[in-house]
Design a protein around this ligand. Structure first.
Ligand SMILES: C[S@@+](CC[C@H](N)C(=O)[O-])C[C@H]1O[C@@H](n2cnc3c(N)ncnc32)[C@H](O)[C@@H]1O
Length: 401
C-alpha cells in the first residue's frame, strides 16, 4: 500500500502514531530512513510525555485524558517534533495533520499544533516536568543523590543509547571496544547493520554482570529469570546450565536466541521459582530478578511511566521471595548470585541485608568485576551518569556450613 498523501513524511507520522497507540503493524512500505524517523518520533513522544502534555495543556481547553485517543496521539507526535526534535514547524504541523486520519478532528489537531509551534517554554518548569519523569521518583532521587546528580541522571535517561553487544565469536568490523571489556563492541556504523554470528546486543553493564557470573566457580548452574538470555549468553560453555523463567513468551525469545547463538549446554525450563524441585543440587545459582528497571530507563524508555511506590514495594516482596527460594538450590560450598538493573536501594543493598539476616550460612564474596565498579561492600554497582553505562547491581555469596 502507498500513501496517497502529497505531504512528505506523512507515512512516518502515521507509523509513529501506530507505535504510540501500542500497535506494531507496518501498513506503509517506508524506507529505512522514514522508519527510523517514525521510531524516533515514537521514542521522543513516550519519553517526553510529561513535558509535551504540560505544553499541550496550555492550548487544549479540556483535560488531555478526556480527548479522543487518536487526537491525543497526533498531538503528542506533533509536539515531539516541535518541542524535542525541533522539526521545522511547517513540516511538523502539515505532515502530522495529514497523517491524522479522522477528518472530523483534523481541524482541532491543526489548530493546537499551530499554536504550539509558537510556544516558548518558560525557565520555571519543575525538573520532573522538564525532564519528564514521575514526580515522586524525582523527589526520592533528589533526597538520595542531591539535585545536581539527579539532574545528570534525568538527562542520561532521556538520551538515545549507543548500539553495542558482546562478541562471543569474531570481532565485527566497524566496532570499537567498550569502556571495560575488549570483547564488548560499540557499533559505529549508522543505518542497517548485518551482525556477525555469535554477537549478543546488550549494554556493556549487562556484559560485565554476565562475565562476572561466568567467572564465579561452578559447573552445574541454575539460572533463574533467564529469559531472553542476556546472561545465558555468558554462562553457556562454562558448565551445565538450567535456564529457568516463568514467562513462556519470554522463554520463546530465549529459544530463538539459543538457536541463533548456538547454545549447547543450556537447557530451558518454563517454571516459577517459588516451587523449585531442586534442593542443594547446584554449584552456582543465579537470580536475575524482575525489577523497576530504574537503571535502564534510557533503553526501557517506557518503563518510567509504570513506576509507582506500589510497584516498587510489590517487586521488593517478589525479589526477596525469589532470593530466599532459589538459595535452597545451592550446594554446600556453592555460589549464589543476585542481580537487578535497578538503582534503588530497596531492591539492592536492602534486599542483601534482609537476606543475610535470615541466612547466616551465606557469606558475601566480592563480585568479579572491574574494581572501579565495586563498592566497599563487594557489590557491583553502576550509577549511570558517573560510569557512563546502564545502571545495575550484583552481589555474590558462598554457602558455608
Ligand atoms: C531481569 S529479567 C531477566 C533478564 C535475563 N536474565 C537476561 O539477561 O536477558 C527477570 C526475569 O525474571 C522472570 N521471573 C519473574 N518472576 C519469576 C519467578 N517467580 N520464577 C521464575 N522467573 C521469574 C521474568 O519473567 C523475567 O524474564
Amino acid at each position: 500500500m502507498k500513501t496517497s498523501s502529497k505531504v512528505r513524511g506523512t507515512g512516518s507520522r502515521i507509523q509513529a502514531g501506530i507505535l504510540l497507540k501500542g500497535g506494531s503493524s507496518r501498513p506503509y512500505p517506508l524506507s529505512s530512513e522514514d522508519m527510523a524517523f517514525a521510531t524516533r518520533m515514537y521514542r521522543e513522544a513516550v519519553i517526553w510525555r510529561k513535558r509535551i502534555d504540560y505544553a499541550l495543556s496550555k492550548y487544549v481547553r479540556q483535560e488531555l485524558d478526556t480527548l479522543d485517543f487518536d487526537v491525543l496521539t497526533s498531538l503528542r507526535i506533533g509536539a515531539a517534533q516541535l518541542l524535542i526534535l525541533r522539526t521545522p514547524a511547517h513540516a511538523a504541523v502539515s505532515a502530522t495533520v495529514e497523517a491524522h486520519t479522522s477528518r472530523k478532528t483534523r481541524g482541532l489537531v491543526n489548530a493546537v499544533l499551530r499554536k504550539l509551534s509558537k510556544h516558548v517554554e518558560k525557565d520555571d518548569i519543575p525538573d520532573h516536568v522538564f525532564y519528564s519523569h514521575p514526580e515522586e521518583l524525582v523527589r526520592r532521587w533528589e533526597s538520595r543523590y542531591g539535585k545536581v546528580l539527579t539532574k545528570k541522571l534525568l538527562v542520561w535517561n532521556n538520551q538515545p543509547p549507543p548500539l553495542g553487544g558482546y562478541a562471543f565469536g569474531k570481532i565485527p568490523e566497524d566496532t570499537t571496544p567498550g569502556s571495560f571489556l575488549e570483547k564488548y563492541r560499540v557499533i559505529q556504523r549508522q543505518g542497517a547493520i548485518k551482525l556477525p554470528p555469535f554477537f549478543y546486543i546488550q549494554d556493556e553493564s549487562a556484559s560485565i554482570v554476565g562475565q562476572g557470573m561466568a567467572k564465579l566457580p561452578g559447573e552445574s548452574i541454575l539460572e533463574i529469570g533467564a529469559a531472553p538470555g542476556g546472561k545465558t549468553a555468558h554462562l553457556d560453555g562454562t558448565g551445565f546450565v538450567v535456564s529457568l523463567d516463568k514467562k513462556v513468551r519470554r522463554m520463546n525469545r530465549w529459544l530463538e536466541n539459543s538457536e541463533r547463538m548456538g547454545w549447547e549446554n543450556s537447557f530451558p525450563v518454563g517454571a516459577d521459582c517459588s516451587a523449585l524441585p531442586f534442593k542443594a543440587q547446584f554449584d552456582k545459582v543465579i537470580i536475575d530478578a524482575p525489577c523497576t528497571n530504574t537503571g535502564v530507563y534510557r533503553r526501557r524508555f517506557d518503563a518510567r511511566w509504570n513506576w509507582t511506590p506500589k510497584l516498587e514495594q510489590g517487586l521488593v516482596v517478589i525479589q526477596r521471595k525469589m532470593l530466599q527460594e532459589s538459595s535452597k538450590a545451592v550446594k554446600l560450598g556453592g555460589i549464589l548470585v543476585y542481580s537487578t538493573c535497578s538503582i534503588e536501594p530497596a531492591e539492592n543493598s536492602e534486599a542483601v541485608r534482609f537476606f543475610e539476616k535470615n541466612n547466616t550460612m551465606f557469606e558475601r564474596i566480592p563480585f568479579p568485576a572491574p574494581k572501579e565498579l565495586l563498592t566497599s561492600e563487594g557489590f557491583l554497582s553502576v550509577f549511570p551518569p558517573e560510569i557512563g553505562l546502564d545502571g545495575l547491581f550484583a552481589v555474590a555469596w558462598i554457602k558455608k556450613s
